[in-house]
Design a protein around this ligand. Structure first.
Ligand code: ZN
Length: 154
């Protein structure tokens, strides 16, 4: 199995059986996002505690395998991080998806970075980049902008 096949396998698996799917109990931040060009919808829920740490995070929604896999992997990696750490990871991921060849952050282990790199295959397809980044922009909105709805087309 080459790297590309491995990446596709991981995406399909997360897309079919996403982690952290459902509504976080006692969430205190949330936001919805949609990508009308593909028909992807996500709703991110998180519980930020008094120490500004993401105690729990989950999502609901529907869409293509890339959008669901991205939300699944993102929620896995953000759980347990502080809000500043989460921001660093978000910035790093968005930078990688747009232009950077690699992830730079020290906050993720190598196997966690590999999961995110699975999504790097979308780089040359601008439409797919929107699928991969939707949940990440929605997370930013949930944490910062009081849950303003996110659209990839506005
Ligand atoms: Zn999509």
């Amino acid at each position: 199995m080459n790297l590309k096949e491995l990446y596709q396998e991981i995406i399909l698996e997360h897309g079919k059986n996403p982690n952290n799917f459902g509504k976080t109990v006692n969430y205190n931040k949330d936001a919805q996002g949609n990508n009308p060009l593909c028909g992807d919808n996500v709703h991110i829920f998180l519980k930020l505690n008094d120490q500004r740490k993401v105690e729990d995070i989950s999502f609901e929604g529907s869409g293509c395998a890339i959008s669901m896999a991205s939300a699944s992997i993102m929620t896995d990696l953000i759980k347990g991080k502080s809000d500043n750490e989460a921001k660093e990871i978000i910035e790093d991921f968005l930078g990688m998806i747009k232009e950077n060849p690699d992830l730079k952050t020290n906050l993720l282990k190598d196997d966690e970075k590999t999961k995110l790199m699975c999504l790097s295959g979308v780089k040359q397809f601008p439409m797919r980049v929107k699928c991969a980044t939707l949940s990440w922009h929605t997370l930013v909105s949930a944490m910062e902008n009081d849950g303003k709805e996110v659209s990839t087309e506005s």
